[in-house]
Design a protein. Structure first.
Length: 56
């Protein structure tokens, strides 16, 4: 029987409007991007610079 461990991801996102970068940790890349986008009104252009899987 194979049991998987829960993993988290760390994502670095570049805000293409301001050029600032942000790091987020979450359960998935989509969670991190969703949180980033929730900070702004309307659509915000962004680029994912880096994503790492964090093992517990």
């Amino acid at each position: 029987m194979i049991v998987s461990e829960p993993v988290k991801v760390e994502v670095e996102i570049e805000d293409l409007t301001t050029g600032c970068t942000y790091r987020y940790k979450g359960n998935s890349i989509n969670d991190c991007v969703g949180y980033f986008l929730s900070l702004f009104i309307g659509k915000r252009p962004y680029k994912i610079i880096r994503a790492n899987v964090l093992l517990s």
